[in-house]
Design a binder for this molecule. Structure first.
Ligand code: BTN
Length: 311
């Protein structure tokens, strides 16, 4: 299902030009897209490849069965896909949905940050469902999502991408993407989880000036977003299903293949305190294992600390 759009806007997105109208100009301007006008036509300056439910489902179906796939909604514009997913979990129903957006007007990052979300270039998705695991296990979810995102980017040729614990996607020293997991308190259907993923595939100079941390994107490579999202959806559905049935332990060893600071000196920051040691991976529930100078192994929870590489 496509939401927050107009038939003429759909024609424009798919063909690059459409019959001009006041409403169409308003939508194109709100999307921040460059355009020109000729007689009764409006033309986009840049050709876009819009997200489509059909292509995403077809790609995901190559990897997993149709019945394991969630209902997919694509918003041409929305405040935040995570907020839409949380609202959907409050309604009766399966709760198994994928919310996608071409742009977000109030994209949310971790620690209350704004997630810069320009139109048609990046990935903004929220995958939601109900899980039966206890709340104490849920921390591992964001690591699973990060591993799936890195796996798909590597499959599509972005081999140098990796993770900084717990779930920052890094590429060429900057942040390429991030994960924001939000929860709906447990009820009869289980714990409602929303796994929000943002990946910067291509940012313009104007978008970048709004980001307040080191950032990166894969601008000079052409990545088909429908292909990326379809593969990511299949990976998320299968791995979160496995997590729900069997817990996090199967993902513990895989972590070190994606962890960019594996075996390296790192600094853990907890409020005013800092601890230095070697990154020894994660434990059974996704806490970071820090080896101190005296050889002791400490476990740190992502909700309480942040981590920086030392080199
Ligand atoms: C982070 O700060 O690292 C997490 C960023 C998460 C951004 C994504 S984009 C899709 C989803 N909707 C949101 O509002 N946020 C997440």
């Amino acid at each position: 299902m496509i939401k927050n759009t107009h038939p003429d806007f759909e024609v424009l997105l798919h063909h690059g030009n459409a019959t001009k109208s006041g409403e169409l100009v308003r939508l194109v301007e709100a999307a921040g897209l460059g355009f020109s006008e000729s007689s009764d036509q409006l033309h986009l300056d840049e050709k876009l490849v819009p997200l489509t439910v059909e292509q995403i489902r077809a790609v995901a179906n190559r990897y997993i069965d149709e019945e394991l796939l969630p209902e997919i909604t694509i918003y041409r514009s929305v405040d935040s896909t995570n907020d839409e997913a949380l609202a959907a979990l409050r309604q009766p129903g399966t709760g198994h949905y994928l919310m996608l957006a071409e742009m977000q007007t109030a994209g949310k990052g971790r620690r209350g940050r704004h997630w810069v979300s320009p139109f048609g270039r990046n990935v903004y998705l929220s995958y939601c469902r109900f899980l039966q695991r206890p709340l104490s296990d849920i921390g591992g979810l964001s690591l699973i999502a990060g591993m799936q995102a890195v796996e798909v980017l590597r499959q599509l040729g972005v081999e140098e991408v990796g993770l900084k614990w717990p779930n920052d996607l890094l590429f060429e020293g900057g942040k390429l993407g991030g994960i924001l997991v939000e929860l709906k308190p447990a009820e009869a259907r289980g714990i409602g989880i929303v796994v929000g993923i943002g990946i910067n595939l291509s940012m313009s100079g104007a978008d970048v000036s709004a980001i307040d941390q080191a950032w990166s994107h894969v601008g000079n490579r052409v990545i088909d977003r429908n292909e990326l999202i379809g593969r990511l959806l299949a990976g998320l559905s299968a791995s979160i299903d496995h997590f729900d049935r069997h817990g996090f332990s199967a993902f513990k060893t895989a972590w070190q293949e994606y962890n960019l600071t594996a075996g390296q000196p790192i600094r853990i920051i907890r409020g005013e305190e800092a601890f230095i040691g070697i990154d020894r991976g994660i434990d059974e529930i996704g806490n970071l294992l820090l080896e101190r100078e005296d050889g002791t192994l400490e476990s740190h929870n992502s909700g309480e600390v942040s981590m920086r590489p030392l080199t």
